[in-house]
Design a protein around this ligand. Sequence first.
Ligand SMILES: NC(=O)c1ccc[n+]([C@@H]2O[C@H](COP(=O)([O-])OP(=O)(O)OC[C@H]3O[C@@H](n4cnc5c(N)ncnc54)[C@H](O)[C@@H]3O)[C@@H](O)[C@H]2O)c1
Length: 316
Amino acid sequence: MTRAIITGVAGFIGSHLSEELLRRGHKVIGIDNFDPWYDPDSKHRNLSRSLSNKSFELIESDIRTFDFSSLLQSNDTVFHLAARPGVQDSWGNGFLNNVEINIYGTQRIFEAALSANVKKVAFASSSSIYGSTATGEGRRIQPISPYGVSKAACEQLATVYYERGLSLVPLRYFTVYGPRQRPDMAMNRLFRASLPGSYRFPLRGDGTQSREFTFVEDVVEATIRAGLQLDDSRLEPLDIGGGVSASLNEVINMVQEITDSKTRIDNFPLPPGDPKVTTASSTIVKNLLGWEATTPLMDGLKKQHLSLTQELVSTL
Ligand SMILES: NC(=O)c1ccc[n+]([C@@H]2O[C@H](COP(=O)([O-])OP(=O)(O)OC[C@H]3O[C@@H](n4cnc5c(N)ncnc54)[C@H](O)[C@@H]3O)[C@@H](O)[C@H]2O)c1
């Protein structure tokens, strides 16, 4: 039984990770400040299952100020997911949040984890660090958004703290989807623009941009394996991708098929920061963790749709 510390536990990925760790019999201590960047009530709902488990403890606090030395112990595994995500909100003054929450928050956690000599820190990096190079052989760290820069800086911090003896694994998540997906993300918006109501999907560009979409349960499995199984003889960032890429137009068609309705769409030009293609490199994660994503996009989308409609019914 591991004592797992999850930062960002009330968020989309963190809440699923918490439930799965609890289901496997681990103790989970979750930290979240219920950042109002999106509806804090939905974050409280995300945690309802975890909160009903006696092995779960919630600390409502901010990673920028929380005294981690009062919490961390040498047997802990830290899953650090708290961040200000979202590429488009990172332009202009938005970058201050990336600097303070993503970079400074991460540095505080690495520092405290090193002092406490924890077993490992598995932390959420992003495919955004690759910018437009997240495909084929030419992939390299070359972000094209301030958010991507902040995640690349976290990986640089990881190399610094790894050299000082901290066991670390950066997880480069590729566009995650599924139940509880953040409201700013494409699939959540697409379902809302396809279900009854007036919300319209803002289609940026012509929809031919493609992503390697990754179902949240697959992401959780990879994250748990990385945190609990990976040997720490080297620092090896892992691409966590769903296995197949799809264009936004293909996803729109799938959503229309699932909801049996026409998606309401408004067209906008492609904004800066959004790469044309992302594909993950799956070899390293497959070799090191024996992990590959197993959820077909259509199946994952159906699960997301089901959970969204159940949520809508429950709020009627
Ligand atoms: N969802 C994706 O497709 C995706 C892709 C790549 C990387 N990531 C990364 O994965 C992680 C989780 O993403 P998500 O989609 O679940 O996001 P999310 O916004 O749903 O979850 C992040 C959580 O962190 C909390 N948080 C924010 N600032 C905090 C602070 N200062 N102190 C404590 N808690 C704070 C928020 O309240 C939220 O509950 C993030 O680091 C994100 O950058 C996500």
